[in-house]
Design a protein around this ligand. Structure first.
Ligand code: ADP
Length: 402
Protein backbone atom coordinates (compact mmCIF):
# COMPACT_ATOMS: atom_id res chain seq x y z
CA UNK A 1 0.00 0.00 0.00
CA UNK A 2 1.25 3.49 -0.81
CA UNK A 3 2.25 5.24 2.43
CA UNK A 4 -0.17 8.03 3.32
CA UNK A 5 1.13 11.33 4.61
CA UNK A 6 0.66 12.31 8.21
CA UNK A 7 -1.85 15.13 8.50
CA UNK A 8 -2.03 17.90 11.04
CA UNK A 9 -5.14 19.99 11.56
CA UNK A 10 -4.61 23.45 13.03
CA UNK A 11 -7.50 25.13 14.80
CA UNK A 12 -7.74 28.79 15.66
CA UNK A 13 -10.95 29.59 17.52
CA UNK A 14 -12.05 33.24 17.62
CA UNK A 15 -15.08 34.75 19.33
CA UNK A 16 -17.38 34.17 16.33
CA UNK A 17 -15.25 32.07 14.01
CA UNK A 18 -13.06 28.99 13.80
CA UNK A 19 -10.20 29.11 11.30
CA UNK A 20 -8.46 25.88 10.37
CA UNK A 21 -5.86 24.43 8.03
CA UNK A 22 -4.67 20.93 7.17
CA UNK A 23 -0.95 20.31 6.63
CA UNK A 24 0.88 17.24 5.41
CA UNK A 25 3.90 16.49 7.56
CA UNK A 26 7.27 16.77 5.84
CA UNK A 27 10.02 19.25 5.36
CA UNK A 28 8.62 21.70 4.47
CA UNK A 29 5.12 21.17 5.78
CA UNK A 30 2.59 21.30 2.95
CA UNK A 31 -0.71 23.14 3.46
CA UNK A 32 -3.32 21.17 1.55
CA UNK A 33 -6.52 22.76 2.86
CA UNK A 34 -7.58 25.81 4.75
CA UNK A 35 -10.85 27.38 5.71
CA UNK A 36 -13.11 28.50 8.44
CA UNK A 37 -16.53 28.58 9.97
CA UNK A 38 -17.66 32.17 10.15
CA UNK A 39 -20.57 33.93 11.84
CA UNK A 40 -20.97 31.30 14.57
CA UNK A 41 -24.14 32.06 16.52
CA UNK A 42 -25.94 33.51 13.49
CA UNK A 43 -28.35 31.77 11.10
CA UNK A 44 -25.99 32.39 8.17
CA UNK A 45 -23.00 30.52 9.74
CA UNK A 46 -20.87 29.32 6.84
CA UNK A 47 -18.20 26.64 6.39
CA UNK A 48 -15.68 27.65 3.76
CA UNK A 49 -12.87 25.44 2.46
CA UNK A 50 -10.09 26.19 0.00
CA UNK A 51 -7.67 23.54 -1.16
CA UNK A 52 -4.51 23.27 -3.24
CA UNK A 53 -6.74 21.05 -5.32
CA UNK A 54 -9.54 23.36 -6.61
CA UNK A 55 -11.97 20.41 -6.43
CA UNK A 56 -11.79 20.85 -2.66
CA UNK A 57 -13.12 24.42 -2.74
CA UNK A 58 -16.60 24.95 -1.42
CA UNK A 59 -18.75 27.08 0.87
CA UNK A 60 -21.96 25.97 2.56
CA UNK A 61 -24.32 27.12 5.28
CA UNK A 62 -24.05 25.11 8.49
CA UNK A 63 -26.02 25.04 11.71
CA UNK A 64 -23.65 26.54 14.27
CA UNK A 65 -25.43 28.19 17.20
CA UNK A 66 -22.25 27.85 19.29
CA UNK A 67 -18.63 26.67 19.05
CA UNK A 68 -19.36 23.07 20.07
CA UNK A 69 -21.92 22.61 17.28
CA UNK A 70 -19.69 24.52 14.86
CA UNK A 71 -16.71 22.27 15.51
CA UNK A 72 -19.09 19.31 15.09
CA UNK A 73 -19.77 20.55 11.56
CA UNK A 74 -16.01 20.77 10.96
CA UNK A 75 -15.45 17.21 12.25
CA UNK A 76 -18.37 15.91 10.13
CA UNK A 77 -16.73 17.41 7.09
CA UNK A 78 -13.32 15.91 7.97
CA UNK A 79 -14.89 12.44 8.31
CA UNK A 80 -16.97 12.90 5.19
CA UNK A 81 -13.91 13.91 3.18
CA UNK A 82 -11.29 11.51 4.44
CA UNK A 83 -12.68 9.10 7.05
CA UNK A 84 -11.98 8.83 10.77
CA UNK A 85 -8.25 8.19 10.43
CA UNK A 86 -7.57 11.17 8.23
CA UNK A 87 -5.77 13.15 10.91
CA UNK A 88 -2.59 12.40 12.85
CA UNK A 89 -2.80 15.32 15.29
CA UNK A 90 -4.60 18.57 16.02
CA UNK A 91 -2.85 21.77 17.06
CA UNK A 92 -4.85 24.51 18.76
CA UNK A 93 -4.05 28.16 19.16
CA UNK A 94 -4.75 28.85 22.82
CA UNK A 95 -4.84 32.56 23.45
CA UNK A 96 -3.85 32.61 27.13
CA UNK A 97 -1.33 30.32 28.80
CA UNK A 98 -1.36 32.19 32.13
CA UNK A 99 1.83 32.15 34.19
CA UNK A 100 2.31 28.39 33.74
CA UNK A 101 2.49 27.57 30.04
CA UNK A 102 5.24 28.84 27.78
CA UNK A 103 5.88 25.95 25.38
CA UNK A 104 3.52 23.99 23.12
CA UNK A 105 2.22 21.00 25.08
CA UNK A 106 0.16 17.89 24.58
CA UNK A 107 -3.37 18.54 25.85
CA UNK A 108 -4.19 16.30 28.80
CA UNK A 109 -7.08 16.16 31.26
CA UNK A 110 -4.88 18.05 33.77
CA UNK A 111 -4.18 20.80 31.26
CA UNK A 112 -7.89 21.19 30.50
CA UNK A 113 -8.51 21.55 34.24
CA UNK A 114 -5.78 24.18 34.48
CA UNK A 115 -7.23 26.03 31.46
CA UNK A 116 -10.61 26.06 33.20
CA UNK A 117 -8.87 27.66 36.20
CA UNK A 118 -7.27 30.21 33.86
CA UNK A 119 -10.57 31.07 32.15
CA UNK A 120 -11.21 34.21 34.23
CA UNK A 121 -7.96 35.59 32.70
CA UNK A 122 -9.52 35.47 29.27
CA UNK A 123 -13.27 34.88 29.39
CA UNK A 124 -13.62 36.03 25.75
CA UNK A 125 -11.51 33.16 24.33
CA UNK A 126 -10.49 30.40 26.74
CA UNK A 127 -13.95 28.86 27.41
CA UNK A 128 -14.55 28.45 23.65
CA UNK A 129 -11.07 27.04 23.12
CA UNK A 130 -11.62 24.48 25.87
CA UNK A 131 -14.94 23.46 24.25
CA UNK A 132 -13.13 22.87 20.97
CA UNK A 133 -10.49 20.58 22.50
CA UNK A 134 -13.17 18.67 24.42
CA UNK A 135 -15.29 18.21 21.31
CA UNK A 136 -12.32 16.75 19.41
CA UNK A 137 -11.49 14.47 22.33
CA UNK A 138 -15.05 13.12 22.47
CA UNK A 139 -15.15 12.36 18.75
CA UNK A 140 -11.54 11.22 18.27
CA UNK A 141 -10.36 10.04 21.74
CA UNK A 142 -7.02 8.72 20.44
CA UNK A 143 -6.08 11.76 18.40
CA UNK A 144 -3.19 13.69 20.01
CA UNK A 145 -4.00 17.36 20.56
CA UNK A 146 -1.43 20.07 21.19
CA UNK A 147 -1.96 23.53 22.71
CA UNK A 148 0.15 26.37 21.27
CA UNK A 149 -0.03 29.43 23.48
CA UNK A 150 -0.28 32.92 22.04
CA UNK A 151 1.34 34.31 25.18
CA UNK A 152 4.42 32.04 24.91
CA UNK A 153 6.62 34.36 22.86
CA UNK A 154 6.49 36.98 25.62
CA UNK A 155 7.02 34.58 28.51
CA UNK A 156 10.46 35.96 29.30
CA UNK A 157 9.65 39.66 29.04
CA UNK A 158 11.93 41.66 31.31
CA UNK A 159 10.38 42.16 34.72
CA UNK A 160 10.09 45.91 34.24
CA UNK A 161 7.93 45.35 31.14
CA UNK A 162 5.86 42.68 32.87
CA UNK A 163 4.97 44.56 36.02
CA UNK A 164 1.72 46.53 36.09
CA UNK A 165 1.86 49.66 38.25
CA UNK A 166 -0.90 48.57 40.65
CA UNK A 167 -0.61 47.17 44.19
CA UNK A 168 2.00 44.43 44.22
CA UNK A 169 -0.33 41.84 45.78
CA UNK A 170 -2.20 41.37 42.46
CA UNK A 171 0.91 40.01 40.81
CA UNK A 172 0.72 36.97 43.07
CA UNK A 173 -2.68 36.24 41.44
CA UNK A 174 -1.07 36.30 38.01
CA UNK A 175 -2.03 39.89 37.13
CA UNK A 176 0.82 41.12 34.88
CA UNK A 177 1.54 41.91 31.26
CA UNK A 178 1.37 38.70 29.22
CA UNK A 179 1.20 39.93 25.62
CA UNK A 180 -0.49 38.11 22.73
CA UNK A 181 -0.02 37.45 18.96
CA UNK A 182 2.95 35.35 20.07
CA UNK A 183 2.51 32.72 17.35
CA UNK A 184 2.63 35.47 14.76
CA UNK A 185 5.69 37.10 16.35
CA UNK A 186 7.56 33.79 16.57
CA UNK A 187 6.80 33.14 12.91
CA UNK A 188 7.87 36.67 11.88
CA UNK A 189 11.18 36.37 13.74
CA UNK A 190 11.87 33.08 11.95
CA UNK A 191 11.05 34.68 8.62
CA UNK A 192 13.20 37.70 9.40
CA UNK A 193 16.19 35.43 10.08
CA UNK A 194 15.47 33.49 6.89
CA UNK A 195 15.04 36.57 4.68
CA UNK A 196 17.50 39.04 6.18
CA UNK A 197 19.95 36.82 8.05
CA UNK A 198 20.64 36.01 11.68
CA UNK A 199 22.37 39.30 12.33
CA UNK A 200 19.25 41.27 11.39
CA UNK A 201 17.07 39.03 13.57
CA UNK A 202 19.42 39.61 16.52
CA UNK A 203 19.25 43.41 16.08
CA UNK A 204 16.77 45.93 17.47
CA UNK A 205 13.45 44.91 15.93
CA UNK A 206 9.90 46.24 16.18
CA UNK A 207 7.18 43.93 14.92
CA UNK A 208 3.79 45.50 14.12
CA UNK A 209 1.02 42.91 13.80
CA UNK A 210 -1.82 45.05 12.47
CA UNK A 211 -4.98 43.06 11.80
CA UNK A 212 -8.42 43.20 13.39
CA UNK A 213 -6.50 42.57 16.56
CA UNK A 214 -3.37 44.72 16.55
CA UNK A 215 -0.25 44.85 18.69
CA UNK A 216 3.44 45.65 18.53
CA UNK A 217 6.43 43.87 20.01
CA UNK A 218 9.96 45.07 20.66
CA UNK A 219 12.66 42.41 20.30
CA UNK A 220 16.43 42.56 20.84
CA UNK A 221 18.99 39.74 20.58
CA UNK A 222 16.00 37.62 19.50
CA UNK A 223 14.40 38.09 22.93
CA UNK A 224 11.15 39.93 23.80
CA UNK A 225 11.69 43.35 25.32
CA UNK A 226 8.13 44.68 25.45
CA UNK A 227 4.72 44.31 23.84
CA UNK A 228 1.66 46.52 23.64
CA UNK A 229 -1.07 44.08 24.67
CA UNK A 230 -1.14 43.45 28.39
CA UNK A 231 -2.99 41.28 30.88
CA UNK A 232 -5.68 41.00 28.20
CA UNK A 233 -5.66 41.59 24.42
CA UNK A 234 -7.69 44.79 24.97
CA UNK A 235 -4.57 46.82 25.80
CA UNK A 236 -2.21 48.74 23.51
CA UNK A 237 -3.11 50.34 20.19
CA UNK A 238 -6.72 50.90 19.03
CA UNK A 239 -8.00 47.91 17.04
CA UNK A 240 -11.03 47.06 14.91
CA UNK A 241 -13.41 47.06 17.90
CA UNK A 242 -11.06 47.18 20.92
CA UNK A 243 -10.06 50.48 22.45
CA UNK A 244 -6.44 49.73 23.33
CA UNK A 245 -5.01 51.71 26.26
CA UNK A 246 -7.34 54.14 28.02
CA UNK A 247 -7.29 56.45 30.99
CA UNK A 248 -8.24 54.10 33.88
CA UNK A 249 -10.19 56.99 35.43
CA UNK A 250 -12.80 56.53 32.72
CA UNK A 251 -14.20 53.44 34.48
CA UNK A 252 -15.30 55.38 37.54
CA UNK A 253 -16.49 58.37 35.50
CA UNK A 254 -18.78 56.21 33.35
CA UNK A 255 -19.95 54.25 36.40
CA UNK A 256 -20.89 57.48 38.17
CA UNK A 257 -22.43 59.41 35.31
CA UNK A 258 -23.71 56.71 32.98
CA UNK A 259 -24.37 53.96 35.57
CA UNK A 260 -22.14 51.71 33.50
CA UNK A 261 -21.37 48.32 35.07
CA UNK A 262 -17.97 46.61 34.80
CA UNK A 263 -19.55 44.12 32.39
CA UNK A 264 -20.89 46.91 30.16
CA UNK A 265 -17.51 48.64 30.26
CA UNK A 266 -15.83 45.42 29.17
CA UNK A 267 -18.34 45.05 26.34
CA UNK A 268 -17.69 48.63 25.25
CA UNK A 269 -13.88 48.45 25.22
CA UNK A 270 -13.81 45.07 23.46
CA UNK A 271 -16.63 45.23 20.95
CA UNK A 272 -17.79 48.83 20.44
CA UNK A 273 -14.56 50.83 20.45
CA UNK A 274 -11.46 51.25 18.26
CA UNK A 275 -12.09 51.87 14.56
CA UNK A 276 -15.77 50.98 14.93
CA UNK A 277 -16.30 53.22 17.93
CA UNK A 278 -14.65 56.29 16.44
CA UNK A 279 -16.06 55.91 12.91
CA UNK A 280 -19.53 54.78 14.06
CA UNK A 281 -19.72 52.85 10.79
CA UNK A 282 -17.15 50.05 10.40
CA UNK A 283 -14.42 48.09 12.18
CA UNK A 284 -12.81 47.34 8.82
CA UNK A 285 -9.85 49.43 7.66
CA UNK A 286 -10.63 48.92 3.97
CA UNK A 287 -14.15 50.33 4.41
CA UNK A 288 -12.83 53.30 6.36
CA UNK A 289 -10.23 54.11 3.71
CA UNK A 290 -12.96 53.96 1.07
CA UNK A 291 -15.00 56.54 3.00
CA UNK A 292 -12.41 58.79 4.60
CA UNK A 293 -12.78 61.59 2.05
CA UNK A 294 -16.57 61.77 2.52
CA UNK A 295 -16.90 60.94 6.21
CA UNK A 296 -14.85 62.80 8.81
CA UNK A 297 -15.54 60.07 11.36
CA UNK A 298 -13.86 57.49 9.10
CA UNK A 299 -10.93 59.86 8.53
CA UNK A 300 -10.51 60.41 12.28
CA UNK A 301 -10.63 56.69 13.03
CA UNK A 302 -7.86 56.05 10.49
CA UNK A 303 -5.80 59.00 11.76
CA UNK A 304 -6.14 57.87 15.38
CA UNK A 305 -5.00 54.35 14.49
CA UNK A 306 -1.91 55.58 12.59
CA UNK A 307 -1.01 58.13 15.25
CA UNK A 308 -1.17 55.58 18.05
CA UNK A 309 0.87 52.96 16.18
CA UNK A 310 3.48 55.65 15.41
CA UNK A 311 3.67 56.52 19.12
CA UNK A 312 4.25 52.89 20.10
CA UNK A 313 7.02 52.62 17.53
CA UNK A 314 8.62 55.71 19.06
CA UNK A 315 8.35 54.35 22.57
CA UNK A 316 9.79 50.98 21.58
CA UNK A 317 12.68 52.64 19.77
CA UNK A 318 13.37 54.29 23.14
CA UNK A 319 13.09 50.95 24.97
CA UNK A 320 15.48 49.35 22.44
CA UNK A 321 17.91 52.27 22.37
CA UNK A 322 17.39 52.68 18.60
CA UNK A 323 15.97 50.69 15.77
CA UNK A 324 17.37 48.44 13.02
CA UNK A 325 14.30 46.71 11.58
CA UNK A 326 10.59 47.53 11.50
CA UNK A 327 8.26 44.77 10.30
CA UNK A 328 4.64 45.27 9.21
CA UNK A 329 2.36 42.25 9.21
CA UNK A 330 -1.26 40.95 9.32
CA UNK A 331 -4.24 42.22 7.26
CA UNK A 332 -3.55 45.95 7.49
CA UNK A 333 0.23 45.73 7.85
CA UNK A 334 0.63 43.44 4.83
CA UNK A 335 -1.85 45.03 2.45
CA UNK A 336 -2.20 48.69 3.11
CA UNK A 337 0.51 51.02 1.73
CA UNK A 338 -1.24 54.22 2.75
CA UNK A 339 -1.51 53.18 6.39
CA UNK A 340 2.15 52.13 6.49
CA UNK A 341 3.11 55.47 4.92
CA UNK A 342 1.09 57.45 7.47
CA UNK A 343 2.56 55.48 10.36
CA UNK A 344 6.13 56.01 9.13
CA UNK A 345 5.63 59.66 8.21
CA UNK A 346 7.65 61.74 10.66
CA UNK A 347 9.80 58.84 11.88
CA UNK A 348 12.74 60.00 9.75
CA UNK A 349 14.52 61.12 12.92
CA UNK A 350 14.73 57.41 13.89
CA UNK A 351 16.09 56.47 10.48
CA UNK A 352 12.74 55.17 9.19
CA UNK A 353 12.16 56.01 5.53
CA UNK A 354 9.98 54.39 2.89
CA UNK A 355 10.56 53.85 -0.80
CA UNK A 356 7.24 54.92 -2.32
CA UNK A 357 7.20 52.41 -5.19
CA UNK A 358 8.17 49.46 -3.02
CA UNK A 359 5.60 50.43 -0.43
CA UNK A 360 2.87 50.72 -3.07
CA UNK A 361 3.63 47.14 -4.18
CA UNK A 362 3.69 45.68 -0.65
CA UNK A 363 7.26 44.62 -1.48
CA UNK A 364 9.16 42.53 1.08
CA UNK A 365 11.56 45.46 1.69
CA UNK A 366 9.81 48.85 1.54
CA UNK A 367 12.65 51.09 2.74
CA UNK A 368 15.29 52.41 0.32
CA UNK A 369 18.48 50.35 -0.02
CA UNK A 370 20.31 53.12 1.81
CA UNK A 371 17.71 53.36 4.61
CA UNK A 372 19.23 53.19 8.09
CA UNK A 373 16.21 51.19 9.33
CA UNK A 374 15.10 48.26 7.17
CA UNK A 375 11.33 48.38 6.90
CA UNK A 376 9.81 45.08 5.85
CA UNK A 377 6.44 43.58 4.99
CA UNK A 378 6.27 39.95 6.08
CA UNK A 379 3.19 37.81 5.63
CA UNK A 380 2.43 36.11 8.93
CA UNK A 381 1.26 32.52 9.19
CA UNK A 382 0.03 31.47 12.61
CA UNK A 383 -1.36 28.19 11.24
CA UNK A 384 2.05 27.13 9.90
CA UNK A 385 3.62 28.05 13.23
CA UNK A 386 1.13 25.77 15.02
CA UNK A 387 1.73 22.93 12.56
CA UNK A 388 5.50 23.26 13.05
CA UNK A 389 5.11 23.13 16.82
CA UNK A 390 2.94 20.01 16.59
CA UNK A 391 5.45 18.37 14.23
CA UNK A 392 8.32 19.11 16.60
CA UNK A 393 6.53 18.10 19.79
CA UNK A 394 5.17 14.83 18.39
CA UNK A 395 8.28 14.07 16.28
CA UNK A 396 6.20 13.82 13.12
CA UNK A 397 8.85 15.31 10.82
CA UNK A 398 10.43 12.07 9.74
CA UNK A 399 7.49 9.70 10.23
CA UNK A 400 5.12 8.35 7.58
CA UNK A 401 1.88 6.50 7.97
CA UNK A 402 1.72 3.08 6.25
P1 ADP B 1 -7.59 39.05 12.04
O1 ADP B 1 -6.99 39.75 13.23
O2 ADP B 1 -9.07 38.83 12.15
O3 ADP B 1 -6.81 37.85 11.54
P2 ADP B 1 -6.65 40.28 9.58
O4 ADP B 1 -5.19 40.08 9.83
O5 ADP B 1 -7.30 39.49 8.50
O6 ADP B 1 -7.50 40.18 10.91
O7 ADP B 1 -6.86 41.85 9.26
C1 ADP B 1 -8.10 42.38 8.98
C2 ADP B 1 -7.93 43.86 8.68
O8 ADP B 1 -7.06 44.00 7.56
C3 ADP B 1 -9.25 44.56 8.31
O9 ADP B 1 -9.29 45.84 8.92
C4 ADP B 1 -9.12 44.71 6.81
O10 ADP B 1 -9.83 45.81 6.32
C5 ADP B 1 -7.63 44.93 6.69
N1 ADP B 1 -7.19 44.72 5.32
C6 ADP B 1 -7.10 43.58 4.62
N2 ADP B 1 -6.73 43.84 3.34
C7 ADP B 1 -6.58 45.18 3.26
C8 ADP B 1 -6.22 46.09 2.24
N3 ADP B 1 -5.92 45.66 1.02
N4 ADP B 1 -6.18 47.42 2.53
C9 ADP B 1 -6.48 47.86 3.76
N5 ADP B 1 -6.82 47.06 4.75
C10 ADP B 1 -6.87 45.75 4.52
Amino acid sequence: MKPANLRILTVNGGSSSIKFAVFEAGDPLRRILEGGIERIGLPEATLRVKGVNPADNFSRLVTAPDHTVAVGALMDWIEERSGRDALTAVGHRVVHGGPKYSEPQRITAEMVEELHRLSPFDPEHLPEEILLTEAFHRRFPDLPQVACFDTAFHHDLPRVARLLPIPRRYEAQGVRRYGFHGLSYAFLMGELARLAGTEAALGRVILAHLGNGASLAAVHHGKPVDTSMGFTPTAGVPMSTRSGDLDPGLVWYLARTGKMSAKQFNEMVNFQSGLLGVSETSPDMRNLLDHETQDVRAAEAVALFCYQVKKWIGSYAAALGGLDTLVFSAGIGENCPSIRARICDGLGFLGVKLNRKRNAKNAPLISPDTGRVKVRVIRTDEELMIARSVTRLLHLGSMRKT
